[in-house]
Each structure stands twice: as structure tokens, then as C-alpha cells.
Write a protein that binds this ligand. Structure first.
Ligand SMILES: C[S@@+](CC[C@H](N)C(=O)[O-])C[C@H]1O[C@@H](n2cnc3c(N)ncnc32)[C@H](O)[C@@H]1O
Length: 414
């Protein structure tokens, strides 16, 4: 038998043993084949097979005995390097199937494996970034060229608002920023320069934006902000500003929804950090620059906040909700900037759309961010809010696919 045929036979055997929860056979087969083989027809990995085979009984429930057997198989697969979020041909991860079938224990095993994997990846990323910096430093020393210093935050890569999974690379956006007319009709055809994923925050900040009555759209009609989030913004503001007369900061003005909510709590100081020229123009048109107590800081928060820390600014509440940034940016914010600006009894909150296009990713990232926050010295309280039925009309692509919004409220650990 040639090696190709042998590999295929092993893969088929492993998928079948995983589906039968035959753990002795699974362990034996894993000595000679990867835990991440995929069925050519269904795209199932052994994890998918082990979980999907639990099935659902006629009364809509899954036999507990089958779930218990699957748990053991799933543990063995994870111990042998199974990847938690491979997709099958139905665009489902193993966790999606476990959630759909109501397999709570198996689902938890997948979420825990996802958290471990993401934390490890982020540590490895950090080490890689440090190595890159070291190499650059050496080069710099050799060349004595100070101007080539690496700005780690520019390396963050492209994510739409709080998106986790990488998408197709973006093309360069060259258009000048402009504010479109309210209620411009939205074309259903992708424009020639269609971008569904900004390659960098800087590219987004150079692009054109358009306000409608209910949304803020980028040049490809992707939603930067939508008004279905109004109640969520209101709840963030309430949690962050429990009394009147506090010193507040919002990072990312967008449609001004959260800033309007913050105003209802009569802050003593209200700092708004915004970097997009079109949003800044919109803010001025709406008189935000004339409101008592409001200070607009024009520029990227990455540039603005270190200066405020140097000036000794102290705040009671900081809220973060930007666009075309990713988890690394949020982590840098709370590790490096919030710590320097927040009063010891202050509160920090952020828009939690991390992984919100897939339930299992949303649950994994809730735990990842909570662990990273704790490591930075913050404890987090979570409040679950229902997500309303969303009208995606006029928006290129939905960015939310979970029925709950998990709202974080962070304070320094006592
Ligand atoms: C999702 S919107 C914020 C929505 C806002 N929470 C509201 O209630 O309307 C994101 C905002 O962050 C701004 N932004 C993106 N990157 C930024 C950066 N690096 N620094 C400051 N603002 C940024 C965008 O221009 C946009 O106005």
C-alpha cells in the first residue's frame, strides 16, 4: 500500500472511531495520524465527528450517555493537538455543533480549549513581536537610524469592528475623507474598490464615511456603527457613571450615541477621542465642540492618550469603542493607557463585539479578555443584555450573530 492510501485509511478510521466514541481505537490511531484530519465530503475533523454523532433524539434531547462518551473522546482529541475552531463544509466549528445540539459539557470543553489556544497564541505573538523589535533594534544600532523604530500597534492587522477571525486582505484605500449626505441610497453592487476588511486602522482613517439616519457606513457600506446598539450604549454609560459630576472619556465618537448617553449623567469633564476627519466634521456640525465640559481630542488614541498621561490627567470612567482595530489594540489600551489615566476607584468599559459573529468565539473571547484584564489588574463584572432583531438593510454584511450582548464593567482589583 502506498503512503497516500495508508494516510487516507488512517484518517477514515480515526473519523469513524471518533464518531463511535471508541476511545481505545482513537488513542491507537492518534499514534500514527493527526488529530486534525478532515473528511473530504463533510469537512468533519474527528472533533466534529465525535460531537455530531451524539445526534438529537426524537424528543429533541441528546442522550446523556452519548454526551458523556463524547466528552471523553473530545478530551483525548484535545490532548493530542486537535484544533478547536476548524470549519466543516457547513461553516460550523465543533463548538457550533455542540451548541446547536445542546451538549453543554462538550461545549464547555471546546470553549476551554479555545481559551487555552488563544492565550497561547497571544503569548507567542508577543514573543514574536519582541523578537522583531530586538532585531529592529540591532539593525537600528548598526545603522544608527532612529527613525525606523517599529510601532507595535501598527502591526495589529486588520479586523472589522471587534472581529476575531482574519479575513481576505484589503486593498489600499486612497479616497479622501468626506461626509456623505444623509440617506444616500446604498448600492447593492459592491463598488470597484470594495473592502470588507481594513488592512490597518490607518487605511480606515483615510477612507470616506457616510452617515444615514440609523447608521455610519464606510466606503464599502460596511457598518461602522448602527443605532440598534443604542440601549447597549446607554447601559455602558450607566455602569460607568454611577453618579453625576464625574470625569469621563469616550474613545471613538461614531454616531455620538454613547456620548449623548454620557451627557445625561452630567459629567464634570467629558473627553472625546476621535481620529476620523469625517467624524470630527460631523461632531462639529452637531455642536459637540461647544458643549460645556466637553473636550475633543483629535487624533488616534494611541497618540493622544500617552500625552494626557504625561499631563497627569485623571479620569473616573473610560469607554472604548473604535473600528478597524483588533484585540491586540484593546489589550494594549487597558495594559498601558487605562492604567495610567484611571482613578483607583474608576471604571473602564469597552464595546464587546469580540467574536460576535459566532457564539463559540464570543464565549471564548469573553474568557480570554477576562483573564488578560485580571493579569493587568482589573476585575470584570458581566451583564447579559438581549440583542434585538437586527435589520441589516443597506449594510454590506452583518457583523453580529449572537443573541446576547455580554457587557463588561471593569474596576481595579481590590
Ligand atoms: C463604532 S464607532 C463608535 C460608536 C460610538 N460608541 C457610538 O455610540 O456612536 C468607532 C469610532 O472610532 C473611531 N476610531 C477608529 N479608530 C480610532 C483610533 N485609532 N483613535 C480614535 N478613534 C478611532 C472611528 O472613526 C469611529 O468614529
Amino acid at each position: 500500500m502506498d503512503s497516500d492510501t495508508e494516510e487516507k485509511l488512517l484518517a477514515v478510521s480515526l473519523l469513524s472511531a471518533a464518531a463511535r466514541h471508541d476511545n481505545v481505537a482513537v488513542k491507537n490511531l492518534l499514534r500514527n495520524t493527526s488529530a486534525n484530519v478532515q473528511d473530504a465530503e463533510t469537512g468533519y475533523t474527528p472533533l466534529h465527528a465525535a460531537i455530531a454523532s451524539c445526534g438529537v433524539d426524537e424528543d429533541g434531547t441528546t442522550a446523556l450517555s452519548r454526551e458523556a462518551a463524547a466528552e471523553e473522546t473530545v478530551k483525548i482529541l484535545f490532548d493530542n493537538g486537535a484544533i478547536w475552531n476548524d470549519l466543516d463544509k457547513n461553516d460550523e466549528t465543533p463548538g457550533c455543533i455542540a451548541y446547536r445540539l445542546g451538549l453543554k459539557n462538550v461545549y464547555r470543553l471546546v470553549v476551554d480549549a479555545g481559551v487555552r489556544a488563544e492565550l497561547l497564541l497571544s503569548k507567542l505573538d508577543g514573543i514574536k513581536a519582541l523578537e522583531v523589535e530586538d532585531e529592529e533594534d540591532e539593525d537600528e544600532n548598526e545603522e544608527e537610524d532612529e527613525e525606523n523604530a517599529v510601532d507595535g500597534t501598527d502591526e495589529s492587522g486588520a479586523r472589522k469592528r471587534q472581529k476575531l477571525e482574519p479575513e481576505a486582505p484589503a486593498e489600499a484605500a486612497g479616497a479622501e475623507p468626506k461626509v456623505g449626505l444623509a440617506n444616500d441610497p446604498v448600492s447593492t453592487e459592491p463598488p470597484e474598490d470594495y473592502i470588507d476588511h481594513w488592512d490597518s486602522n490607518a487605511d480606515y482613517l483615510r477612507s470616506s464615511l457616510r452617515y444615514t439616519d440609523t447608521t455610519l457606513l464606510d466606503s464599502s457600506s460596511n457598518a461602522v456603527m448602527m443605532d440598534w446598539e443604542t440601549d447597549i450604549m446607554g447601559r455602558h454609560a450607566e455602569g460607568l457613571l454611577p453618579t453625576k459630576g464625574l470625569r469621563a472619556m469616550n474613545i471613538g465618537h461614531g454616531m455620538g450615541i454613547v456620548d449623548t448617553k454620557i451627557q445625561t449623567h452630567s459629567p464634570l469633564e467629558h473627553h472625546i477621542v476621535e481620529a476620523h476627519p469625517a467624524v470630527l466634521a460631523h461632531m462639529k456640525k452637531n455642536g459637540w465642540d461647544k458643549k460645556p465640559g466637553v473636550t475633543i481630542h483629535e487624533g488616534r488614541w494611541q497618540d493622544v492618550l500617552p500625552k494626557l498621561i504625561e499631563q497627569g490627567v485623571v479620569l473616573d470612567a473610560i469607554y472604548y469603542d473604535t473600528f478597524a482595530e483588533d484585540y491586540k489594540d484593546l489589550k494594549y489600551l487597558f495594559e498601558e493607557c487605562v492604567i495610567g489615566l484611571l482613578d483607583p476607584s474608576g471604571r473602564f468599559g469597552f464595546y464587546n463585539g469580540l467574536g460576535a459573529d459566532r457564539r463559540v468565539c464570543y464565549d471564548v473571547y469573553k474568557d480570554v479578555v477576562e483573564i488578560d484584564l485580571l493579569e493587568a489588574g482589573f476585575q470584570t463584572e458581566w451583564e447579559d443584555l438581549p440583542v434585538p432583531q437586527i435589520e441589516w438593510e443597506g449594510v454590506r454584511r452583518p457583523y453580529w450573530n449572537v443573541d446576547v450582548y455580554r457587557l463588561p464593567l471593569c474596576k481595579f482589583v481590590d
